[in-house]
Ligand binder design. Structure first.
Ligand code: SF4
Length: 256
């Protein structure tokens, strides 16, 4: 790296340091003097704008995106591009395409299995009783739904909530792969056996998968029970909470 050019990854790393400082020291923290000077080393291109948001130059946009738009914007464009997908039979039976929701720069990405009835009706992931439980879990992690990103392996509901079929997963997974590339989370939390087995290319049971921390393209993956399963099996709530503490620890070192 030359002295006067910052890569997009460098900028994101600095942005995350600042974000962490704000998280732990409050929004009125004082930027350390050295970091302030360093961050603005390229005098005509400060890393943060007047709203303290990451500034991305035109050259960075084109360097990291052939279409010339930033990752933050591209996820919306990507959604528009695929929302009419009919690559598997579920496209013919869905009421709504359920892409995902949350922070486009999230550090934690929750990945579930597939939309259920309520998600199919609203077009939003993790709504209804299971979604409400997930919200409570996220709140217990001292976070909110707006701090994380939530999506599923499949973007369309399997009829009667039947298990996803291999062909459906194969057709839909590339969309998830692209979402992960765009969000670039620090930690992925796989909710439920299908999500975990798909991401980890494993046939192991959830009971075994959740005992280890895995990796997906270099991103730590924690597997845990799906909130819908927790509603049916409340005895799994305690181990799930241990998994969530691990997610938070891997994300930013916070011990819950
Ligand atoms: S489930 Fe995925 S692959 Fe199948 S139609 Fe929906 S978006 Fe397309």
């Amino acid at each position: 790296m030359s002295d006067d050019i910052y890569s997009h990854d460098d900028a994101r790393a600095v942005y995350r340091v600042i974000k962490d400082l704000k998280l732990f020291e409050g929004q009125y923290f004082i930027l350390p003097e050295g970091l302030a000077i360093d961050a603005n080393k390229a005098e005509d291109r400060p890393l943060l704008d007047d709203n303290n948001e990451l500034r991305v130059s035109d050259s960075e946009k084109t360097r990291h995106n052939q279409d010339g738009i930033s990752d933050f914007l591209e996820i919306d464009a990507f959604r528009e591009k695929i929302c009419g997908c009919l690559n598997c039979e579920l496209g013919n039976t869905r009421r709504n395409f359920v892409f995902g929701s949350g922070c486009h720069d999230a550090d934690i990405m929750f990945v579930g299995e597939a939309p259920g009835e309520e998600e199919d009706r609203t077009g939003e992931p993790f709504v209804g009783p299971a979604g409400e439980l997930l919200n409570k879990i996220i709140q217990a992690m001292h976070l909110s739904r707006n701090d994380v990103y939530v999506c599923n392996i499949l973007k369309c509901r399997p009829p009667n909530n039947r298990d996803p079929r291999n062909a459906e997963i194969e057709n839909c997974e590339p969309y998830l792969v692209r979402q992960i590339e765009l969000i670039r989370p620090r930690v992925i939390c796989a909710l439920g056996r299908f999500a975990a087995q798909t991401l980890l290319r494993s046939n192991e049971s959830m009971g075994r998968l959740r005992l280890a921390t895995h990796s997906y393209k270099g991103i730590p993956v924690v597997a845990t029970y799906h909130p819908a399963a927790l509603l049916r099996n409340p005895q799994w709530k305690r181990p799930t909470w241990e998994d969530m503490k691990k997610v938070r620890r891997l994300c930013d070192g916070v011990e819950l």
